[in-house]
Design a protein around this ligand. Structure first.
Ligand code: PMT
Length: 399
């Protein structure tokens, strides 16, 4: 059954341009089976009318904290008790500040204070406002107060800037709301994700590495967790915070990653190989720092095992997903990898300066035997959710 069926969602809409997406969000939540009531702040009413939200929710829209009508009907206490989940979308920088500081001076803030239901926010604002130190301070406070934070995404914004601060799309928000009720698309499944680079030591101070930042793999681990899976993330050396609720195993070299992945996938339903694993390693790493006493230096390299192929060849193999990072002929090489490694799915991306590696955005083509799907340029978090949704669908179809 749909996780949102008959769930009471109190949608708070605050005053930002992304409020224009609120009617679509209400519609999508209702399509998923939720019962939706809307609380609109005064500023939000300048962007979207109560009448529109009333029409799509099929319920009166609530605006005033102090009104005789509200107190005899659905005042802030009743609304707070009614809600199974409060979602503020969009959540402006101002509303985040008021929430972080415990204000209860309008209906929406009072509902948030009075309710024992989980509270989620979908921030939406100009990139500069999002990066601002006060906003980030308020965000940390809200996370400490157990407020769930959905997004934001990055990309082009209504103000003309490009950066982080876009509200997630309605369908992504619906998926995240569903996951709050513990029955996401991957509930009960075990997922192993590899991420980041591997470092292959030449001597005690030098190594061969690559430009993978780990962001794509970490986003996939987070998305799988949000979809209800039990997730193990095997990560090479990166500078990222652990995704919440995910078991993290840190490794350095391809050989270490292979051991960690093979032991984790023994009981897994899905393996996603996002790591940029070094294809070669020095044959004989020096025990001491190599001195620059020669004009030329050769380091003999030997092949590393192919972890993805080994997982796909297991007798009890998980649903096996690879990545293909290419600079040219991306789709042809990706399809060859899909076939040669006998994968269930491969995500192809173009890599190069400012592409794929190290960036917050990416674009993917998903290929499987007999089909393909484009995932247009978006934040790695949004792409990860779309990839996880595709994996879940194929896994369920397989039975
Ligand atoms: O980390 P980010 O900065 O966010 O960048 C993301 C990314 C570009 C690293 C990611 O999107 C990506 O493309 N990862 C795969 C990188 C890669 O090594 O691609 P490949 O085409 O060389 O390898 C194909 C597949 O085989 C990959 O799934 C890889 O994990 C796997 N492989 C490769 C070699 C090896 N020895 N063992 C493997 O398992």
């Amino acid at each position: 059954m749909n996780a949102l069926a008959n769930k009471h969602i109190l949608l708070g809409v605050t005053g930002g341009i992304a409020a224009y997406k609120a009617p679509e969000l209400v519609r999508r939540l209702r399509d998923a089976g939720a019962d939706v009531r809307v609380v609109l702040t005064d500023a939000a009413a300048a962007f979207v009318t109560p009448l529109t939200l009333q029409a799509v929710s099929g319920r009166p829209v609530h605006q005033a904290l102090l009104s005789a009508e509200a107190e005899s009907g659905m005042g802030h206490i009743e609304l707070a008790r009614w809600a199974d989940l409060i979602l503020i979308a969009p959540a402006t920088a101002d509303f985040m500040a008021r929430l972080a500081h415990g204000f209860a001076d309008d209906l929406l803030a009072a509902c948030c204070r009075a309710s024992r239901a989980p509270l989620a926010i979908a921030p939406a604002m100009n990139a500069g406002m999002w990066e601002n130190a006060a906003t980030q301070r308020n965000l940390r406070q809200l996370v400490d107060d157990a407020v769930r934070v959905f997004g934001p995404a990055s990309g082009s914004q209504a103000c003309g800037e490009v950066g982080e601060g876009r509200m997630l799309e309605p369908l992504e928000l619906v998926a995240l709301c569903a996951a709050q009720f513990g029955a996401g698309a991957l509930a009960g499944r075990r997922v192993v994700v590899s991420a980041g680079p591997t470092f292959e030591d030449i001597d005690p101070v030098r190594f061969i590495g690559n430009r993978s930042s780990g962001r794509m793999g970490y986003a996939i681990a987070q998305a799988a967790r949000e979809a209800g899976a039990e997730v193990t993330l095997v990560t090479g050396p990166v500078a990222l915070a652990d995704p919440s609720g995910v078991a993290v195993q840190r490794v350095r070299s391809a050989l270490q990653m292979r051991d960690a992945v093979l032991s984790a996938v023994a009981t897994a339903d899905v393996y996603v190989g996002t790591a940029a694993v070094a294809d070669y390693r020095p044959a004989a790493p020096a025990g001491r720092k190599i001195k620059k006493d020669r004009d030329a230096l050769s380091v003999e390299l030997i092949r590393n095992p192919d972890i993805l192929s080994e997982v796909a060849a297991l007798q009890r193999r998980p649903f096996t997903v690879g990545f293909a990072a290419e600079t040219d002929d991306v789709l042809a090489y990706a399809r060859r990898k899909l076939d040669d490694k006998r994968l269930d799915l491969i995500a192809a991306n173009t890599v190069g300066a400012g592409l794929g590696f190290e960036t917050d955005d990416n674009a993917l083509t998903l290929l499987w035997p007999g089909g393909q799907r484009e995932l247009a340029r978006a934040s790695k978090a949004a792409l990860a959710r779309a990839l996880i949704a595709e994996i879940a669908e194929r896994l369920h179809a397989r039975g």
